[in-house]
Design a protein around this ligand. Structure first.
Ligand SMILES: C[S@@+](CC[C@H](N)C(=O)[O-])C[C@H]1O[C@@H](n2cnc3c(N)ncnc32)[C@H](O)[C@@H]1O
Length: 203
């Protein structure tokens, strides 16, 4: 149990050898949720997009393929995640893919820079979610969308017991927080077993 707990606690901020193993694992096992979540977005060519808590960078690759001539940015608090995401996107790194270390609470981007912001399996770890959502709103263009994808939606789940510092929210709680932060046209999409995508738009 100790080993399992320390392995899974690397979901919150991947570090060292176990962190690298976890990033590989997450790039694979988050694919079904991410592909389904992104199916709710009507992509257009030439978008500029940001993935917060980008982990091992698989979502950055997906975003890049979804919009021709696009630019994608990734940010993550973990140095290990940044390194892995850079490797996974090495072909277009610093040309169309940009990855840096940083936090959702203080995004190092200009106002109104992005057409789409995504957050896959990461909001559980963000401190002061409402502030973070305010930051996302700030960096979106008017009409830009924010897509949150989660599969842990139950506060008393095995996952929140296993991963230190993890907090689960119901899709309805996340939707309410998006609205409180100023997002409009919010939507919840759900799929079995517990996938949820919560969308909001900047007015
Ligand atoms: C469970 S992993 C998910 C990674 C990736 N999105 C995926 O789907 O595979 C959570 C990621 O969020 C990052 N993270 C945690 N707190 C963060 C914060 N406050 N700001 C930015 N990234 C954060 C972690 O370092 C980790 O890489």
């Amino acid at each position: 149990m100790g080993l399992l707990k320390s392995l899974f606690t690397n979901c919150a901020n991947p570090q060292g050898r176990m962190g690298r193993a976890m990033l590989k694992f997450m790039n694979l096992c988050h694919a079904p949720l991410t592909n389904w979540g992104l199916s709710h977005i009507e992509f257009e060519d030439g978008w500029t997009m940001l993935d917060i808590g980008c982990g091992g960078g698989a979502t950055l690759r997906r975003l890049l393929k979804s919009s021709k001539d696009s630019f994608v940015y990734g940010i993550d608090i973990s140095e290990e995640s940044v390194e892995k995401a850079r490797k996974v996107n090495a072909e277009l790194l610093d040309e169309r893919v940009f990855v840096e270390q940083g936090t959702a609470e203080k995004l190092p981007y200009e106002n109104g820079q992005f057409d789409l912001v995504t957050a896959v399996e990461t909001v559980y770890f963000w401190p002061n979610l409402l502030n973070c959502f305010g930051e996302v709103l700030r960096v979106l263009k008017p009409g830009g969308r924010f897509a949150i994808m989660v599969e842990v939606v139950d506060a008393s789940s095995t996952w929140t017991n296993l991963v230190d510092g993890m907090k689960a929210y119901s899709p309805e709680q996340l939707q309410q927080m998006l609205e409180d932060a100023g997002f409009v046209e919010t939507e919840i999409h759900r799929k079995k077993p517990s996938y949820a995508t919560i969308l909001g738009t900047k007015r």
